[in-house]
Design a protein around this ligand. Sequence first.
Ligand SMILES: [Zn+2]
Length: 110
Amino acid sequence: MPPPHDLRCPVNPFRVNDYTGICDRCGAKVWLSDLSWQEEFAGFGLINLNLLVCRDCLDIPNESLKAIIIGPDSVPPRWPRPYNYAQQNAGGTAAPTNVREFLFDGDDPG
Ligand SMILES: [Zn+2]
């Protein structure tokens, strides 16, 4: 004996190989082929929540749940020349006091 049909049961005599199913979220009786798997972002991809939901209940996965990928560090200068404070502390060359002269090698750019 087949299960009883209610008024919300979809009926179509041309969909003979399709069955009815219950939406896991709202409980509506819809065609089984109209139910979709609900997915959500987790880590680097989508995971299946094992919920078959109807089109009205299907949520768009939230992009804010994706893993944050931080880009690489910037490339450092190839030949850095930081000021030698160790030499100054040892009594060597004093640090420049006139920054303009230090930067432009005594030539005043204007
Ligand atoms: Zn639903």
